[in-house]
Design a protein. Structure first.
Length: 265
């Protein structure tokens, strides 16, 4: 395939990922990673690095796509700065650790772990688990540990971490607006540190395709960033038209299929 054809396919993938992210109210990473794995497979990229390349590229896109969301929440005062700063060291260290863990796993094992994670998310959506408000007042040590866990898992699977950060902050006493806003801000250091570390870890890998720097595929990055944000707005509009329960169960079913596909591959 020519560069133009490859870029066009990534523009379409970004549009699909953005629409689904807006429609189902989830971060794009959980959608982008499996789509990229499929796309990279069609291009003949070695299956040993397709997961690593997909996760690294997903994190790179989150740096851009998540910035507007984080800035919007910051301007509206919904980012709890004290908690964000308390989580930050753990988020960054955890992200680095998560990338190195991924780098030492085979593509098959990493894909299986991703499948298990996706199945857990699907189960959570089917059951309808929501963050329970609390009054927990954790100290800096607890926040650092929590940030480390969120950062490691997020970097390992190429996501922004909202599925973990929001429940934790809610337990700490944050309102849902604060939890979502602070979670959006937390996604940026995870994505930035994770993407840079994936570039370093993958640097010089002989299996890398053209137009990749380490484990970040630039045509995919450009295509997804260019179309995912505007199409996410389309997804949000559709979400206000379609029944909420249909959306929740439909997306949970989709996640279950994706998770099983990675586990049984």
């Amino acid at each position: 395939m020519t560069f133009v054809a490859i870029l066009a396919s990534y523009l379409l993938l970004g549009a699909a990922a953005g629409t689904m992210a807006g429609l189902f109210g989830v971060g794009g990473g959980i959608i982008i990673v499996p789509v990229l794995v499929f796309a990279f497979g069609l291009q003949g990229i070695s299956p040993e690095i397709t997961m690593h390349l997909a996760v690294g590229t997903s994190l790179a896109t989150i740096v851009i796509t998540g910035a507007s969301s984080a800035l919007g929440h910051f301007r509206r005062g919904s980012v709890h700065r004290k908690w964000f700063m308390a989580l930050l060291p753990g988020l960054m260290l955890g992200a680095i650790a998560g990338v190195f863990i991924a780098g030492n796993l085979s593509g098959t094992v990493l894909g299986t772990l991703f499948g298990v994670f996706v199945l857990l998310l699907a189960t959570k959506m089917i059951i309808g688990l929501t963050p329970k408000p609390g009054t927990l007042a954790p100290g800096k040590a607890a926040m650092t540990v929590a940030g480390g866990v969120v950062g490691a898992i997020s970097a390992l699977f190429g996501i922004g971490g909202g599925a973990m950060t929001v429940p934790w902050l809610s337990r700490c006493g944050a309102t849902m607006t604060q939890a979502v806003g602070t979670s959006a801000a937390c996604g940026l250091p995870i994505a930035a540190v994770g993407a840079v570390t994936f570039i370093i870890v993958g640097w010089g890998n002989p299996l890398l395709p053209p137009w990749a720097t380490g484990f970040v595929m630039w045509p995919a990055f450009i295509g997804i960033v260019a179309t995912s944000v505007p199409f996410a707005r389309l997804g949000v509009r559709l979400a206000h038209v379609l029944p909420a329960n249909v959306l929740r169960y439909g997306f949970a079913a989709l996640l279950a299929v994706v998770g099983l596909r990675f586990i049984l591959a």
